[in-house]
Design a binder for this molecule. Structure first.
Ligand code: TYD
Length: 135
């Protein structure tokens, strides 16, 4: 997989009559080391999360439960990914504007990220994002 591109990652799914199981390992399934995991939940209907990009951070977004849309934008092209299975992760590299929306009731969004929380890594202004060189 290319570290530059947004991509769906299909995670292992161990099917079992007792309940299915999925996992992710940082060097085997995703192209970065995980320094932080956070999750978004109890999202009221119609709310939007995200709406920013990162200078350096890489992430994988997973709909552990329910569904939502991730709208990604590389500065020239926008694409919407509908996540609704816990064995798919959406890899989002740095310098991609992303927004999470259309959350279903009781959805749970897990994000594995390549660095700790650092406000200085956020690009929260769309015009600033557009003006940056995307390398
Ligand atoms: P933010 O990343 O802006 O949320 P979203 O992109 O989902 O809309 O974060 C919202 C607030 O939470 C912000 O004040 C920073 C804080 N925060 C942390 O303290 N640690 C974290 O790991 C994250 C993701 C956010």
């Amino acid at each position: 997989m290319s570290i530059q591109n947004v991509e769906i990652i299909k995670l292992p799914k161990i099917i079992d009559d007792r309940g299915n199981l999925t996992f992710l390992e940082e060097s085997n399934h995703i192209p970065f080391a995980i320094e932080r995991v956070y999750w978004i939940y109890d999202v009221p209907g119609g709310e939007i999360r995200g709406g920013h990009a990162y200078h350096e951070l890489y992430e994988v977004i997973i709909a552990l439960s329910g569904s939502f849309d991730v709208v990604v934008d590389n500065g020239t092209e926008k694409k919407t990914y509908h996540l609704n299975r816990s064995y798919f992760g959406l890899f989002v590299p740095k310098l991609i504007w992303r927004q999470l929306e259309n959350f279903s009731t009781n959805s749970l969004c897990l994000i594995a990220a390549s660095s700790k929380y650092q406000e200085s890594d956020y690009i929260r202004d769309y015009d600033t994002f557009q003006s940056l060189e995307k390398v």
